[in-house]
Design a binder for this molecule. Structure first.
Ligand code: KG4
Ligand code: ZN
Length: 350
């Protein structure tokens, strides 16, 4: 009953000139709610981060994350609405990340979104978090339109995709084991930088040299990639120095790990542009905040005649504006319009 009625409501929304979407994101350790107009204009993007809470555990503790989402979500909503200068009644539809992510954390956002949608009698739009990252580029670059090649680099995923249109992404290659962000976090922990590792490795790498060869890129000729071997090589290197009582060259390890994790990925993404005949490459996900990755992409993109698009730093890591943006494009294309029994799903494909 609810969904049938909402399909009709969506038909009406699609005819409007201005559409306001409330986006909800709680897949990991950020509770975020945003109001976005027409998929591109951010009226508010409130992010409540749990980094301080998880730092003392050295990583995200799923149960702790869920509990903190519950505590934060109502006030994040209030702040987001106030900042946007809108009331709940002004919102056209509620978009929510239903996967991929930590199941308990996702359930908080999904339950909250379902309650709001049902109470307000507004459509509920399910959004795939992995695809959602790419929408950060539509917010950042107002004239950007698909199709293009996408490189998604986050704590949970690493993939090269063909972004065929606003709602469809076709997988070209992905990691066979760890996600790149996961490897950054692990390496940071082993060399004592703590959580969250990515930004800390990035910072230390600036002071070091790429002078330690960890592993060969065995998948060089494939669009797939692997980070587990590189991560293990770093761990073994650090352990052997520790055993010998030698000093750990933290900055050089960071610079070497960073170059060896990023260079191959950049080449694969550029190769995908050539093979599938695209002149645009858009990067998204937490690791797209990495300064070396951004620099390398710009340099190599220029050399190869490929235009590079990256979101601003705030839109790289998890946020609800990107979810509201994809929620808008989903709604306009009749994708993800959900019933009130929508479930959170921990593992989903692109
Ligand atoms: O996209 P995201 O916020 O969450 C997931 O969907 O996973 O990505 C988080 C990941 C973490 O692994 C974090 O260490 C990494 O992004 N990250 C970075 C940087 N900033 C965040 N990795 C490398 N360099 C950075 N500057
Ligand atoms: Zn993410």
């Amino acid at each position: 009953m609810y969904k049938e009625e909402m399909l009709k409501v969506c038909d009406e929304i699609q005819k409007k000139s201005d559409v306001l979407i409330l986006g909800i994101e709680s897949s990991c350790d950020e509770t975020s709610i945003a109001v976005v107009k027409n998929g591109r204009e951010v009226l508010s993007n409130t992010v409540s981060s749990q980094i301080d809470i998880h730092t003392r555990f050295g990583g995200v503790v799923p149960e702790v994350a869920s509990r903190n989402h519950i505590e934060a979500i109502q006030s994040v909503l209030n702040t987001s609405l106030t900042e946007a200068g809108v009331k709940l009644e002004d919102i056209d539809a509620i978009a929510v990340t239903y996967g991929a992510g930590l199941i308990g954390a996702l359930m908080v956002g999904v339950s909250f979104a379902k309650s709001l949608a049902y109470a307000l009698n507004k459509p509920l739009i399910a959004v795939n978090h992995i695809k959602g990252h790419m929408s950060a580029n539509y917010i950042e670059h107002k004239d950007l339109q698909p199709p293009f090649i996408g490189l998604i680099v986050s704590g949970g995923h690493t993939a090269i995709v063909e972004v065929q249109n606003y709602v469809n992404q076709k997988l070209i290659g992905s990691t066979l084991d760890d996600a790149i962000g996961e490897a950054y976090d692990k390496v940071a922990r082993v060399i004592g930088l703590g959580y969250p590792g990515g930004p800390k490795v990035d910072k230390c790498a600036k002071l070091g040299k790429n002078n330690i060869k960890f592993v060969k890129d065995a998948l060089k000729n494939s669009f797939d990639c692997s980070f587990s071997g590189l991560k293990t090589a770093v761990i073994n290197y650090v352990n052997s120095l520790n055993q010998k009582g030698k000093e750990i060259p933290v900055n050089d390890i960071c610079a070497s790990f960073q170059a060896q994790s990023v260079d191959g990925l950049v080449e694969r993404a550029l190769k995908a542009c050539k093979k599938f005949n695209y002149k645009k490459l858009c990067v998204a996900g937490g690791v797209s905040a990495n300064s070396y990755l951004r620099e390398r992409l710009m340099t190599r993109g220029k050399q190869e005649g490929i235009e590079i698009f990256v979101p601003s730093l705030k839109l790289c890591t998890d946020n609800a504006a990107m979810i509201a943006s994809l929620g808008y494009f989903n709604l306009m294309n009749n994708v993800g319009i959900s019933d009130i029994d929508l479930d959170a799903v921990s593992n989903i494909e692109i």
